[in-house]
Design a protein around this ligand. Structure first.
Ligand code: F6P
Length: 359
């Protein structure tokens, strides 16, 4: 099937030419696309590229860095900093904000990114991705951390690339969510999935159930009801998936619906969730909302959370609207003490969810 061969460049120029600062943003997004092509080419080589494996270093989160985490971070910087559209960058792999170094020209946008999300999967040849978020920089001075601490509603563009059997770039500039597939022969991203829509209902959920003992009651309740399937209150069977690669989970949800959760848990009180707000949760929330889905912490709209620090973690629940709304209701019930009839059976003597089992 032909899609009229709308390239990424044509798409962003057409979408943004009439907006103030739009040509700069379009040019930046074309550079982001170029960095994704370069990363895609590198990842395709796999073991032959000689870049797999771990380094001795750790990132700011204390996680062991993969060689590819560092290489892909440098690739994004190399492709995106030179053009004069960016004032600075922040990334999972960099402890501090990086102002675009002189003598390169500084522009009016900020780019926050996770260069290789799901990189724990890289040696397994499982789909990984790059996530990015673009904000405006409203002053002349070089950006500092405070300039990045804007809620997700202020993003002017967001998206991700998934490096799977094909490389797909999913992008929103605030007018729907659109998917572009990389045509390797001509080296262009082609619009193949215009106006993606997430079905409102779903029977598929994704969560890492090995953390079950650390979850809050509303999440225990939701997952228990899904697992009870047709014999429980939901009256239908659910399917579960866990790829441990957020881009792959979000992509599945955009293609066929579903709900993805990395909820608040009690493992480490200093970390109310696993995923990072600025360069994982916020951009994915914008992509999902623009496709008709919903993204929440369980207690508030993700896009309205004002970040406190650059690498802040946040609970994430996103996907099909009706399911996310239901999970929010369960949090509200719990906070108002209205869920006891539902959660108390989960805490009976033989249950895995006994409060003392969570200590
Ligand atoms: O750091 C992000 C990430 O790799 C996500 O892509 C993924 O959803 C999650 O972490 C996997 O976490 P876990 O290893 O706890 O399943």
């Amino acid at each position: 099937m032909l899609y009229g061969r709308t390239t990424l460049s044509k798409f962003v120029i057409e979408q943004l030419h009439a907006t103030p600062g739009g040509s700069d943003l379009a040019a930046l997004l074309i550079d982001v696309g170029a960095s994704i092509k370069a990363i895609s080419a590198l990842l395709r080589k796999g073991e032959l590229g000689g870049q797999l494996g771990e380094l001795d270093s750790r990132n700011v989160q204390g996680e062991t860095q993969k060689a590819l985490d560092v290489v892909t971070n440098d690739t994004v910087l190399q492709y995106c900093e030179w053009g004069g559209h960016l004032a600075g960058t922040a990334s999972e792999e960099m402890e501090r904000v990086r102002a675009v170094p002189g003598p390169m020209r500084r522009g009016r946008h900020l780019l926050a990114f996770d260069p290789l999300d799901g990189s724990g999967n890289i040696d397994l040849n499982v789909a990984v991705g790059t996530i990015f978020s673009v904000l405006r920089h409203g002053r002349d001075a070089p950006p500092e951390e405070a300039d990045f601490l804007q809620p997700g509603v202020r993003q002017v563009a967001a998206g991700y690339a998934i490096y799977g059997p094909s490389t797909v770039l999913v992008l929103t500039v605030g007018a729907g969510t659109h998917g572009f597939t990389l045509d390797r022969e001509i080296g262009n991203f082609i619009l193949t999935h215009p106006h993606l829509r997430i079905p409102e209902q779903t029977s598929e959920f994704a969560i890492n159930t090995s953390n079950e003992r650390f979850w809050e009651p509303p999440v225990l309740r939701y997952v228990a009801e899904c697992k009870a399937g047709a014999s429980g209150v939901r009256g239908r069977d659910f399917n579960m998936r866990w790829i441990a690669s957020m881009v792959a989970e979000v992509h599945r949800i955009l293609m066929r619906g579903g709900v993805f959760m990395y909820p608040r848990d009690s493992r480490d009180p200093a970390r109310p969730g696993r995923l990072r707000l600025l360069y994982e949760a916020s951009p994915m929330a914008m992509v999902v909302e623009q496709a008709g889905g919903m993204a929440s912490t369980g207690r508030e709209r993700l896009l309205e959370v004002v970040p406190g620090t650059l690498h802040q973690r946040i609970p994430v629940i996103l996907g099909s609207r009706e399911e996310v709304a239901r999970i929010e209701d369960y949090h509200r019930d719990h906070d108002e003490g209205a869920d006891l009839p539902f959660v108390s059976p989960l805490f009976n003597a033989r249950s895995l969810f006994r409060p003392e089992a969570q200590a």
